[in-house]
Design a protein around this ligand. Structure first.
Ligand SMILES: Cc1cc2nc3c(=O)[nH]c(=O)nc-3n(C[C@H](O)[C@H](O)[C@H](O)COP(=O)(O)OP(=O)(O)OC[C@H]3O[C@@H](n4cnc5c(N)ncnc54)[C@H](O)[C@@H]3O)c2cc1C
Ligand SMILES: *[C@@H]1O[C@H](CO)[C@@H](O)[C@H](O)[C@H]1NC(C)=O
Ligand SMILES: *[C@@H]1O[C@H](CO)[C@@H](O)[C@H](O)[C@H]1NC(C)=O
Ligand SMILES: *[C@@H]1O[C@H](CO)[C@@H](O)[C@H](O)[C@H]1NC(C)=O
Ligand SMILES: *[C@@H]1O[C@H](CO)[C@@H](O)[C@H](O)[C@H]1NC(C)=O
Ligand SMILES: *[C@@H]1O[C@H](CO)[C@@H](O)[C@H](O)[C@H]1NC(C)=O
Ligand SMILES: *[C@@H]1O[C@H](CO)[C@@H](O)[C@H](O)[C@H]1NC(C)=O
Ligand SMILES: *[C@@H]1O[C@H](CO)[C@@H](O)[C@H](O)[C@H]1NC(C)=O
Length: 630
């Protein structure tokens, strides 16, 4: 295709964009007003705005007229794979937003055209920091499931750097129209589609070999209304683009004297996968889950249409998009969430370990002493984030990092935790609690949570939600025994004493795993292996985690499940575990809104209808062709 043709197509696209641009929303900070769209959400695709010859490639879907899709998605090298000219045309129609994937660590490999030792050095230094992956169009933070096909390395001749599970192309989305074009092109050309925001997902749900990726990170506006009013809600609210990071929202909340429900990690996409999967927060024990706070959403559906989703508009999707996981029903471009008045937060941290006076039995009795108060602490609105890990043969460490008391003073916290600390003392466990008062969530968060480490391939995580009953009477002993078994076997416990607080002021009619509503704890369990371990060792460790340690956890929590956003990619019966009794309803909605399977995410709703070729037991990757099971 001639360059001039491309240029004129770009101009046509820009003109079309301007034509559909209605008046931008006002920046007024006081309401009352129902949700308005961001200016870039008014840049939309319409049938009329498409050149006639482009309709087949980029036009909207029609479930009744579209031809049946082949068994497998098109893959690079297939005769059906779009030609370079078609990709160029797509790029032009997008206004130049198409990116061809270059793996982040490509500069480390001599055989790559990107080879550049200095650039490699920078990638190696930053590889374990989330930000590197957040700001890359295709990278994700768990390379194990990408296939480890381009890891950073000191040795430029160590091997080959290939795309592996990374998407082939990405669309750097800056308006609704580009998202619509990507969804339409993927559907019409039978391409695998993935949605990548920050790449935090534990199962690498934001990567896929041979895929076209929609990169939403650029949709990062934040708007605040002190007095928002719509439907039944009146009060402070934020409208957030789906690429906004938690830390940016926390800062905006601080500046405006309010509290928002966000997670503990700085760079998770609060309006992307966080809310889509439910979203647990240090304030969840007080006001509920992230997904409970949503007032309205803007969404590009699998047929390419751009719609508002709320209690009255697509109410079934409003239910499904708040809890059942990202990358399944459409691409969310923004959400509106309620905010709460500023609350003070008091934290407490301490560490203890086995020592000559604290045997392993005493150590675990100390853990049991904490568990006994789980229900009481969460009922008081508090949250606890802690670590239990082996530090040598028969030696263990407990770190409270921190106990987080919402809306409480130091005196109130001291009164709350004294019985627990007394129990520890009676066991002979000496701790020196550091209790600190903060004026807001933001201040406490700054003082409590350090940067996360990601990008490693030396561990694998699984998780479980533990119901309140597990921490009472004889069940507490059984629970403690199951937890101890995993830790003694070498497991690393990242524990959350948390509940999804009932909150009549929030909207808790959503698809958040019902197991959350009964839980007093969420435990993540890691299995680690030595650096340079063979695949056989990784497989063995993963198998032990899933079928031994976790099997005991499942046995003591019958009917419960886990949090799909921080879960085991190998979880048996994931439908039951991640979605509980909502699964049949979620599956029916998947068939209703995405009958062609435009969206696929590993362990997502409806994912059992598909498989990825080229798999190794216990180390699933997205490095293969996506095909439908027949
Ligand atoms: C270090 C770390 C700390 C974490 N801490 C917490 C925590 O405190 N609380 C908590 O609840 N979770 C936590 N998580 C889990 C986190 O919430 C999930 O991984 C979440 O899915 C990340 O969403 P994302 O958009 O940032 O990431 P991505 O990996 O880019 O996306 C996650 C999933 O959502 C989909 N998705 C993203 N954006 C969109 C969109 N706009 N429309 C449709 N689908 C979309 C993707 O396709 C993918 O399937 C943590 C994860 C890590 C790695
Ligand atoms: C898309 O177009 C832009 C602007 O012309 C260009 O910079 C970019 O390299 C193109 N992308 C691809 C994949 O060709
Ligand atoms: C790199 O790729 C080439 C060509 O595909 C292959 O011959 C070679 O064995 C590969 N090297 C490694 C270390 O995988
Ligand atoms: C829901 O969306 C519809 C359609 O855009 C809008 O008219 C209505 O005001 C919205 N209601 C809420 C509560 O956001
Ligand atoms: C163990 O207990 C003894 C006697 O109470 C005490 O002197 C000693 O300091 C303790 N050791 C540790 C490591 O706490
Ligand atoms: C915080 O505590 C104050 C005073 O006890 C109370 O009025 C307020 O509702 C609480 N805030 C939240 C979000 O629970
Ligand atoms: C207590 O914790 C705060 C917040 O993390 C920290 O700034 C302070 O240095 C700690 N104090 C002690 C004595 O460790
Ligand atoms: C729990 O176990 C401890 C010792 O491991 C025992 O003393 C206690 O009686 C048990 N409690 C119940 C309720 O079974």
């Amino acid at each position: 295709m001639a360059a001039t043709t491309l240029r004129s197509l770009t101009i046509a696209a820009a003109a079309a964009a301007v034509a559909t641009f209605t008046s931008p929303t006002s920046a007024t900070l006081t309401g009352p007003r129902c949700p308005s769209r961001f200016a870039w959400e008014n840049i939309q695709l319409t049938s009329q705005s498409l050149a006639k010859q482009d309709a087949a490639l980029f036009g909207f879907g029609n479930a009744h007229l579209d031809p049946p899709q082949p068994r497998c998605k098109s893959f690079p090298g297939d005769p059906s794979w779009p030609s370079d000219a078609t990709w160029s045309r797509f790029n032009a129609t997008l206004g130049g937003a198409l990116i061809k994937t270059v793996p982040l660590a490509a500069p480390c490999y001599r055989h790559r055209p990107e080879y550049d030792p200095a650039a490699c050095q920078r990638v190696r230094e930053a590889w374990s920091t989330p930000r590197l992956h957040v700001d890359d169009p295709s990278s994700a933070m768990f390379p194990l499931y990408q296939g480890r096909t381009c890891m950073p390395t000191e040795d430029p001749d160590a091997g080959n750097c290939t795309l592996g599970g990374y998407a082939t192309y990405s669309v750097r989305a800056e308006n609704a129209r580009q998202v619509q074009l990507a969804v339409n092109f993927a559907r019409n050309a039978n391409l695998r589609l993935v949605v990548k925001n920050t790449g935090h997902d534990f199962a690498d749900k934001s990567v896929g070999a041979g895929a076209l990726s929609v990169w939403t990170r650029g949709l990062n506006d934040v708007r605040f209304w002190r007095d928002y009013s719509c439907g039944g809600y009146r009060g402070p609210a934020f409208k957030l683009g789906s690429g906004v990071l938690t830390e940016d929202v926390y800062k905006a909340a601080e500046e405006n004297g309010v509290t928002v429900v966000g997670g503990e990690c700085r760079t998770v996409g609060i309006a992307g996968g966080f809310i889509a999967g439910g979203g647990h927060s240090p304030v969840s024990s007080l006001v509920g889950m992230g997904a409970d706070q949503v007032l309205s959403m803007e969404v590009v559906l699998p047929d390419g249409r751009f719609v508002t989703v709320n209690e009255t508009s697509y109410p079934d999707l409003f239910w499904a998009l708040r809890g059942a996981g990202g990358g399944t029903y459409g691409v969310v471009t923004s959400i509106t969430i309620r905010a709460y008045p500023r609350i003070p937060v008091t934290t407490m941290s301490f560490v203890y370990a086995t020592n000559p006076n604290v045997t392993a039995d005493t150590f675990f009795a100390g853990l049991g002493a904490y568990m006994k108060y789980f229900d009481k602490f969460t009922a008081a609105g508090a949250y606890g984030y802690f670590l239990v890990v082996g530090i040598g043969p028969g030696q263990y460490l407990f770190s409270m990092m921190p106990f987080w008391a919402n809306n409480m003073t130091k005196a109130e916290v001291t009164a709350l935790v004294t019985p627990y600390l007394d129990d520890l003392a009676n066991l002979g466990i000496q701790v020196t609690p550091n209790i600190t008062e903060y004026s807001s969530l933001f201040q406490a968060y700054q003082g409590s949570f350090g940067p996360e480490t990601v990008g490693a391939t030396d561990s694998h995580a699984a998780s479980r939600l533990f119901p309140r009953e597990n921490f009472r009477g004889a069940r507490l002993n059984a629970t403690l025994a199951a937890v101890r078994h995993a830790i003694e076997g070498g497991g690393i416990l990242i524990g959350y004493n948390i509940r999804a607080a009932p909150n009549p002021n929030a909207n808790q009619y959503n698809s958040v795993n019902p197991a959350w509503r009964k839980a007093a704890a969420f435990f993540i369990l890691g299995a680690a292996w030595p650096a340079g371990a063979s695949d056989a060792q990784i497989q063995q460790a993963s198998k032990t985690l899933t079928t031994d340690w976790m099997e005991k956890w499942r046995a003591v929590t019958p009917g419960s499940g886990t949090y799909l956003s921080e879960a085991d990619i190998n979880e048996p019966d994931f439908q039951r575990s991640f979605y509980g009794e909502y699964y049949p309803r979620l599956y029916a909605l998947k068939k209703k809104y995405d009958p062609k399977g435009v969206f696929y995410a590993p362990t997502g709703v409806g994912s059992e209808d598909w498989y990825v070729t080229n798999q190794k037991k216990w180390i699933p990757t997205q490095n293969g062709r996506l095909c439908r099971r027949r």
